[in-house]
Design a protein around this ligand. Sequence first.
Ligand code: NAG
Ligand code: NAG
Ligand code: NAG
Ligand code: SF4
Length: 374
Amino acid sequence: MRPCLLVLTIGLLQQEWVGTHGYRPGQALMLWKRLYGNNIWAHSSEDLEGLNKDFKNMLSEHAEFKAVSLKDIVTASDGTKKILFTLEDGLVVETVVIPCPSGRTTVCVSSQVGCAMNCQFCYTGRQAIIFIKMGLRRNLTAAEIVEQAVFARRLLTSEVGSITNVVFMGMGEPLQNIENVLQAADIMVDEQGLQFSPRKVTVSTSGLVPQLKRFLRESNCALAVSLNATTDEVRNWIMPINRKYNLGLLLGTLREELSSKHKFKVLFEYVMLAGVNDSIDDAERLIHLVQDIPCKINLITFNPHSGSQFKPTRDEKMIEFRNILAKAGCTVLLRPSRGDDQMAACGQLGKPGELGAPLLRVPAQFQAALEVSV
Ligand SMILES: *[C@@H]1O[C@H](CO)[C@@H](O)[C@H](O)[C@H]1NC(C)=O
Ligand SMILES: *[C@@H]1O[C@H](CO)[C@@H](O)[C@H](O)[C@H]1NC(C)=O
Ligand SMILES: CC(=O)N[C@H]1CO[C@H](CO)[C@@H](O)[C@@H]1O
Ligand code: SF4
């Protein structure tokens, strides 16, 4: 198989590829700029205008410019677009483009096919998409990740304006694919590459502690952590990864790592679930948990989907919760979920109704809140 050029950072492109084929590093840089820079985003050797002819011929013979092919685009009534891509091996991933009236447009990229984390209110983890067996299928390559953002940019330049933000919050746990995610994020923020500001590229994790440490040390991109609960009891249930890396360990690590990196803020995502994690006590515990961690907190409206056992917290209650945090000095935002009608909201990718991974037993004290029959 011909290697895909999109997988390479500029350093690798120069050293390992162009060099070994007998061309100069300067040509690698020109190629790199055509792959990512100046709104060119070449996806075939025909788009390589201005390059030396021999070099171009060599490339069309030996290199691949595309890692994914478009399968479908679905637009929700609020303008959110869900893009489906077919990969080389026939598997399918999803990318979501979320326009905001404020002018910010975010692309939400997937990092794996399927997901192993089994978070209790996520479609991707629980529901099959094209495949029947659930769970993690494979890591995406850096090329497959970068190309999602490149494609979204190409698609939007002609429409809504350009993509301003990238979030790694689609299918998969990005930090479980840390090698490729670090490489993809590098290309996105490279000044010769996609030129996103590192503050506008956010990698989201459910809390893989060792990888999170590595990410903070090696990347200057932003980090989001899905907290979603204030006690291990609840988090063990709704985010089983907590059984391996509990709240104390997770927050302790962030506190330690971030104290030396003053400007860096972590974004905590907290999905409000009626009767599960939205009490006044939860708000107070949350204040305590994030103490001394430079952070922002996003309170997210839960987006109920068919087959879901959870219910969203009422608006007044969310506002009350927010006010408690704000009063204690936390930076806190209320965020609605977007793209509801086509199931394109981030964290809910995938299609309902097919065979799912196991739901975990609902702890007794929450059964009333979910009204599950026993
Ligand atoms: C937790 O919060 C994130 C943040 O938005 C959300 O996408 C996810 O579905 C929630 N559940 C998890 C990770 O269990
Ligand atoms: C995904 O990548 C990580 C390293 O980034 C590796 O440890 C893991 O085994 C890979 N998973 C699969 C399913 O290939
Ligand atoms: C509203 C609500 O039921 N919140 C619960 C969240 O989880 C903690 C820990 O188990 C409970 O004590 C709260 O009552
Ligand atoms: S919320 Fe993210 S980490 Fe959790 S199962 Fe879904 S895709 Fe995986």
